[in-house]
Structures are given as C-alpha cells and as structure tokens.
Design a protein around this ligand. Structure first.
Ligand code: ZN
Length: 592
C-alpha cells in the first residue's frame, strides 16, 4: 500500500506508446467527427440505424477522450509544475471544444424526426438512451446553427475563459503585508485567509483586515472579469432563447423551478435557527452585536483530536461496514489498490476530489491529508463519490454521469455515516468542537449559499443594464449577507469581497453554482433519515438510485426512494436534523 496513487494502469508516462497512440486517436476523431456525422446522415441507412450509428460514435468519442484527458488532469493535479501534463491537458481540452459542430449537426437532424418515440421503441439499443435522446431534442431548441455555435465556442476562449484566467492569475498572485507580534511579513492571500482558523483572536482580526486591504487593491480587475463573464452569460442566454441564466441552469441541472423554490422556501424558514447558532458563538467569543465575519471560522473548545491516516482509514472502514459490506469492500479495494494520493506535497493542488476512471471502472482520489478529524471526514466524502461512480459503471457509456444537484448525494451520505460515529465516540468536551465544526460547515452550505444565490440573482438583474462598479458589487454582496445572516452576524463587520473569493462566480458557462450545494446536503441528509427508518432494505435502493443519476430528472431519481422534492416537508425535515444539532451545541456550550 502506498500513499501515492497509481496511474500506471492508465499509462506509465506521457511518452508511453499507449498514451501517444490514444492521443493520436483523439486528434483523428476530433478532426474527422464532423465528416463522420455528415456521412452517417447522408447514407442510405434507416433512421433507426442513423441514430444507432451516431450513438456509437458518441460513445467511442467519450471512451477515447476520457483516459487521455484524465491522465493529463491527474498528473497535473499532483504536480502543477509539470509542463508536459499542462500542455497535454490544454491540447485535449481544445480538441474537445472542436466536437461541438458535429453534435449540433446531429441534434438538428434529430429534432426533425416527427416520431422519435416510435423509433426509440423499435430498437433495444435506442431504448437505453431514451432519456439521453429526448434531452438532446429538448435542448436543441436552445442551440444555434452550427456555424454560430462554432464561432461562439471559439470566441469564448478569448471571452469568458480569458476573464476566468485573468481572475485566477490575479487572485493567486495576491500578497499583503501582515504584522503579527511586531513582525511584518508579506504573506500570500491563502495564508492570510487561513488566519481565520487561528485560535488567537487577534491573529484572526489581523488576517481579516489584511484580506480586505488586499482585495481592495485588486477589485477593479475582478469586477471587470465578473462583468465580462456574467455579461457573456446574459448575451448567450438571450441568443439561445432562455428566459434567464437561472432558467438555463435549472434546465441543465435537470431540475424544475418548483423544486428550487420549495427548497429555498424551507431554507428561509430555517434561517432563525442558524442565526441562533451564530449568536451563541458570538457570545462565547465575547461579542455583543452578533458574530463579526472574522470570527465565523474561529475554533471553539480546546480539543485537538488527531486522526493520522491509518486511524482515519480504520474509522472509515469500520463505519462503512456498519452500513453495508459492499461499501466497506469498495473502500478496502480503493486502499489496497492505491487509488488515493494522500499527503500534501510541493506543487500538488489543494483541496480534495474524486475522479472516475471509466476505462478501468475505478476511481482516483486526491486528498491533502494532514491528520485532522476533518481529513478523515473528507476521506469518507471522496470515497462516497467513488461509490457513486462504482454504481454508475455498469450503465451504458452515455448514461454515466449526474446533474449538479445530485453529484454530492453519495459523498455527503458517506460523510454523515462517519461524522455520526465520530460524534458518538467523542467525550463531551471534544463533542462541542466536533459539533461546532459540523454546524460551521452546514451554515456555509445553507446560510452563505443562500446569500450567494441572492447576490447572483441581483447581479444578473443589474448587469442587464450595464457593467457594475466594484462599489456597486460590494453593496449587492453586503445586502445579500444582511438578508441571509440577519442578526446572526455583526452587520458592521461582514465580507463585501466574497464575490472575489469564490471561484464559482467565474466559471465560464456555469451560473448559480451555489444552490446545488444546498440541494446536495439536504437531499443526502433526507436520505440518511430514510436509511435510519428503513434499515437494511434501504441499502440496495440507494445503489439503484445512484446508478440512475445519468438517465433521469432529479425529481424522478428522488422518487425511487419515495422522496418528493417538491414537498417542503422533505427539505424541512433535513433542516430540522441540523437544527437539532444546533440545539445540542447550544446546550453543550453552556459547559465550556
Ligand atoms: Zn464532493
């Protein structure tokens, strides 16, 4: 067993013959795809045969591209100085962009079939792609003709994608002078932000002040990027005939407006409960006017529970086993076969993720494990993503996937299993800190996410009239935070620059990358409650649910476990679960 993931089963290096051959296959496919699709359409095949032939090409494209793209991406993730990885990654990404034309040509042809349902029902190989084909037709009305689409995908490279690059480069280069204990040093922004987690109150406040100063200096560039990216979204939505960027996001998320509104409504109802948590935390830290933003992430209690990797692994395996042997065995396989890159190292990216390796029916997981309880929870989270992949791998190639709101189902579910166990094991002193860390996380996903949703909605409304100045953007942010956090936070010490801090606002062609997080958390919590009442009967049903996320709408996926996502009571029940933890925290905190 190693602490580094093994990619050899994919390719041994970028010079590997297999890699070079498969990269060449990608180039050939990208160059020939438009001609191939045109030839299929012009042939004397029947309509059914034409659709079958296109789907085969689409499957092949995914199967050929994914390993090459993934190997480049994974190699780059553990070594961002690896220029070979980066150049291969960029090469394959731009090849992928050139596949747009052939897709649009086929979509337009497909839309002209008057009896698609009859065609689908007459062929077994089409039946498995019924949802995929119908979605294609549904979405085709929003795509423009192939020439315009090609121009858009090229112009985007110098439009939103260039703005995104500018934002990334600017923010990763930000530094600021910080004076701690009489010593002044220049610190990178990330290190400054980490001061928010310091035990020492003075350091947290110094960190916050430095962060504000640093953002102030770069606000013009970020505002220009934000105006550019959101402006492009509005232009494209209008051209394509979407009512709004939100409508587009919901359509691509396979989720309806009623579901979103119901969930948001339940979230709004729960805000007073979250505010009571912030107010209690403020009291504990000696504040009278609500919690100032610089203390949102302040650690409480003095417990330092450590979870070295071996201990974390054992916790996860033991707890997974209480759920199902299959989940336990899956995780054991991941450990035994070196799917996980465990420790932080120079040049390795931060955070954590899990990527499916379609060609091997395996996953690879990146962690930055430093021995904290949170790392063990993240391990469970990422293995949860892996377990979702494991359930998807037996599906047809084009049905392997999941819309944003369902992407976090298995991960948060697995995280919950382990979190509950850690809480049970802890003594009452550690319990307060474990609970507080958990609630801190939930509050980000509910209260902060709600403020981000409000902010982005207003931003789009105002952006329609023209660009916004940094001052105007900051005002929108503060208004959104006040509406969401209410009297939980000190209204005089909020975070006017949260729009510079969150990368989600700058992802090209992806808007409202906020509510899916709340959906993921509350949906998984709701499923966990079902598991508690249903017991073992739940286990195979969750597997089926996870295997279906790429071939149904969000509502239909949920229905398989009798969940009605338009029923406010479902969302309220998940929020109540968190509410109970807040009550428990407040009660226990009287003793610290
Ligand atoms: Zn996740």
């Amino acid at each position: 067993m190693s602490l580094t993931w093994n990619l050899d089963k994919m390719y041994t290096s970028f010079e590997d013959e297999k890699f070079l051959t498969e990269l060449q296959n990608c180039i050939n496919l990208a160059e020939g795809m438009t001609a191939t699709v045109k030839t299929i359409l012009d042939s004397d095949k029947t309509e059914i045969e034409i659709i079958e032939a296109y789907l085969k090409e689409a499957e092949k494209t995914r199967e050929v591209f994914e390993p090459v793209l993934l190997f480049s991406h994974l190699s780059f993730s553990t070594d961002t100085a690896n220029t070979k990885a980066l150049s291969n990654l960029q090469k394959v990404q731009s090849l992928t962009a050139s596949l747009v034309t052939s897709k649009v040509i086929f979509e337009k042809w497909l839309c002209q079939r008057k009896d698609l349902t009859t065609l689908i029902n007459a062929s077994d190989s089409l039946k498995k792609y019924e949802f995929y084909l119908n979605e294609m037709v549904k979405n085709a009305k929003y795509s423009l003709d192939e020439k315009v689409e090609t121009v858009i995908s090229q112009m985007r490279q110098t439009g939103s994608m260039a703005w995104d690059t500018l934002q990334k480069k600017t923010s990763s280069g930000i530094t600021e002078e910080v004076t701690i204990d009489g010593k002044t040093e220049t610190m990178p922004l990330q290190a400054i932000r980490n001061l928010a987690f310091e035990k020492n109150a003075e350091k947290r406040r110094i960190g916050y002040d430095a962060e504000m100063m640093a953002y102030k200096k770069h606000e013009e560039a970020s505002a220009a990027a934000l105006n550019g990216i959101k402006g492009e979204s509005l232009t494209l939505c209008k051209l394509r005939g979407y009512e709004s960027p939100l409508e587009k996001t919901l359509i691509t998320s396979l989720m309806n407006k009623e579901t979103l509104d119901t969930m948001l409504d339940a979230m709004r109802d729960s805000l007073p409960k979250f505010r009571s948590y912030y107010k209690r935390k403020a009291e504990l830290l000696g504040h009278k006017n609500g919690l100032p933003f610089y203390d949102v992430f302040a650690p409480l209690g003095d417990s330092d529970i450590t979870y070295p990797y071996e201990k974390g692994k054992k916790l996860v395996l033991d707890q997974f086993a209480t759920y199902s042997t299959e989940l336990h065995d899956f995780a054991k396989d991941a450990f035994d076969n070196d799917w996980i890159d465990v420790e932080p190292k120079k040049g390795k990216r931060g955070g954590a993720f899990c990527a499916p390796v379609l060609s091997l029916k395996e996953s690879r997981i990146l962690l930055n494990y430093t021995g904290k309880l949170n790392n063990a929870i993240t391990l469970a989270h990422e293995l949860g993503h892996g377990f979702h992949n494991y359930n998807l791998f037996n599906e047809a190639t084009l049905n392997i996937g999941s819309p944003m709101p369902l992407a976090e189902t298995a991960s948060i579910f697995c995280e919950t299993i382990v979190k509950k166990a850690a809480l049970k094991e802890a003594d009452s002193r550690s319990k307060v800190s474990i609970l507080e860390v958990a609630i801190q996380g939930y509050s980000q996903v509910i209260v902060d996410i709600y403020s981000r949703f409000l902010f982005e909605s207003k931003l789009f409304e105002r952006r329609k009239e023209g660009s916004l100045s940094p001052e105007e953007i900051k005002t929108l942010m503060i208004e959104a935070q006040k509406e969401s956090y209410g009297d939980g936070l000190d209204p005089d010490v909020l975070h006017p620059y949260m729009w510079m801090n969150k990368v989600h606002y700058y992802i090209p062609d992806m808007d409202f990358y906020n509510f899916p997080y709340a959906f993921g958390l509350l949906f998984a919590k709701g499923l966990y409650a079902k598991y508690k009442t249903m017991g073992e009967e739940f286990v195979p049903k969750l597997n089926t649910l996870l295997s279906s996320t790429g071939k149904m709408t969000v509502a239909d996926v949920a229905k398989q476990l009798d969940v009605d996502v338009t029923d406010k009571a479902f969302w309220a029940a998940s929020l109540n679960e968190i509410g109970e933890e807040i009550d428990e925290f407040i009660a226990l905190s009287q003793k610290i």
